[in-house]
Design a protein around this ligand. Structure first.
Ligand code: GUN
Length: 299
C-alpha cells in the first residue's frame, strides 16, 4: 500500500496557526504585510501570484501588490523594489519568477533586504543558509522538510537523493537536509546513471522540470517520494514522477497537485510572519536604545 502525503491538509494546519498568530497581533504594528511583484503577463505566474495573495488575505495579513508591464526596464523594477524595501508597512517582498528576458533577475532579487526576503532567494539569505545563521529559508525546500516532519519520516541518518540542483529547490534543500543529519546525494542532468543514485535512497526529492522523469526503475520498495515538479497538460497538472506506476512500490508519495505546492504557500506565510516579528523585535530594541540614551543612567 502506498500512502499519499496530503500536503493540502498539512499546509492548511500551518495556515490556521499563522492566522491565529496574526489575529493575536491585530491592532498592533506587528500585522504582517506581503508585497508581491509580478512583471509581465506569464499566465502561470499570474495564477501563482493570485494564489499567494489570496492566502495572504486569508491569513489576515496585508496584501500589497505591484504589477509591472511586460516591457518594464531593469531600473523600473529596481525602483519598485527600493520603494517597498524602505516601506515599514511591508514585512516581506516577493518578486515572482521567471522575469521577462530583458531583465537580469539576480541583481534585482539582491535589492531585497535580507530581513524582507520571504522567498529566501537573495545572496545574503543563501549565505545565511549555507552558514547555518538566522535567516529566511526558501519556501519550497522548507515546506518539504515540514512535510517530512509532519509525516514522522526520519531525516537524521536517512539516505536522501535530491534530483535536480535548481536555485529554488534542489540547492537550498540539500543544505537543509545536511543540517538535519541526512546523507545527501544530488543528481543533475549530467548524472550518467540516475537509477544508481536514486535506488538506494530512503527518500527521493524530485525537482527537475522534466515531466514523468522518475518511475519504478528508479526506486526501492518502501521509499518516500517527494515530487516538487509541476506541469500543465491537457489532462490536468502532473509532476516529475510517474506516481501511478509507483503505487504499491513507494511507501509514501506526494500527489501533484496537493503535495508540495500548498506547502510552498504555507511557508511563504510563515516567512512573512517571521519577518514581521523580527521587524517588531528591531523596533523595540531601537526604542529601548533611544530610551537608554535619554535616561541619565544610560549615558
Ligand atoms: N516561480 C516559481 N516558484 C517560485 C518561487 O518559489 N518564488 C518565486 N519568487 N517565483 C517562483
Amino acid at each position: 500500500m502506498t500512502t499519499m502525503i496530503d500536503g493540502a491538509r498539512i499546509a492548511k494546519g500551518i495556515r490556521v496557526r499563522v492566522a491565529a498568530r496574526v489575529a493575536a497581533a491585530a491592532g498592533t504594528a506587528l500585522v504582517p504585510g506581503l508585497a508581491t511583484i509580478l512583471v509581465g503577463d506569464d499566465p502561470a505566474s499570474a495564477v501563482y501570484v493570485t494564489a499567494k495573495r489570496r492566502a495572504v488575505r486569508e491569513a489576515g495579513m496585508r496584501d500589497i501588490h505591484r504589477h509591472l508591464p511586460q516591457q518594464a526596464t531593469q531600473a523600473e523594477v529596481a525602483s519598485v523594489i527600493d520603494e517597498l524595501a524602505t516601506d515599514p508597512g511591508v514585512s516581506g517582498i516577493l518578486v515572482q519568477l521567471p522575469l521577462p528576458p530583458q531583465l537580469n533577475a539576480a541583481p534585482l532579487i539582491d535589492r531585497i533586504p535580507a530581513v524582507k526576503d520571504v522567498d529566501g532567494l537573495t545572496t545574503a539569505s543563501a549565505g545565511q543558509l549555507a552558514r547555518g545563521e538566522r535567516g529566511l529559508r526558501p519556501c519550497t525546500p522548507s515546506g518539504i522538510i515540514e512535510l517530512l516532519d509532519a509525516e514522522g519520516i526520519e531525516i537524521k541518518g536517512a539516505c536522501v537523493a535530491v534530483v535536480g540542483w535548481g536555485e529554488l529547490v534542489g540547492r537550498p534543500l540539500t543544505q537543509l537536509l545536511l543540517r538535519r543529519g541526512a546523507t545527501v546525494t544530488v543528481a543533475q542532468e549530467f548524472t550518467i546513471d540516475l537509477a544508481a543514485v536514486t535506488r538506494p535512497a530512503d527518500i527521493i526529492v524530485v525537482a527537475t522540470g522534466v515531466r514523468g522523469l522518475i518511475g519504478p526503475e528508479h526506486v526501492k520498495l518502501g521509499v518516500t517520494v517527494i515530487d516538487a515538479g509541476i506541469h500543465r497538460t491537457r489532462d490536468g497538472l502532473i509532476g516529475d514522477v510517474r506516481a501511478a506506476e509507483l503505487d504499491g512500490i513507494a511507501g509514501r508519495i506526494t500527489p501533484v497537485p496537493g503535495g508540495v505546492g500548498p506547502m510552498t504557500i504555507a511557508m511563504l506565510l510563515v516567512n512573512t510572519l517571521q519577518a514581521a516579528e523580527w521587524h517588531a523585535e528591531r523596533q523595540s530594541v531601537t526604542a529601548w536604545q533611544q530610551l537608554q540614551a535619554r535616561s541619565p543612567l544610560g549615558a
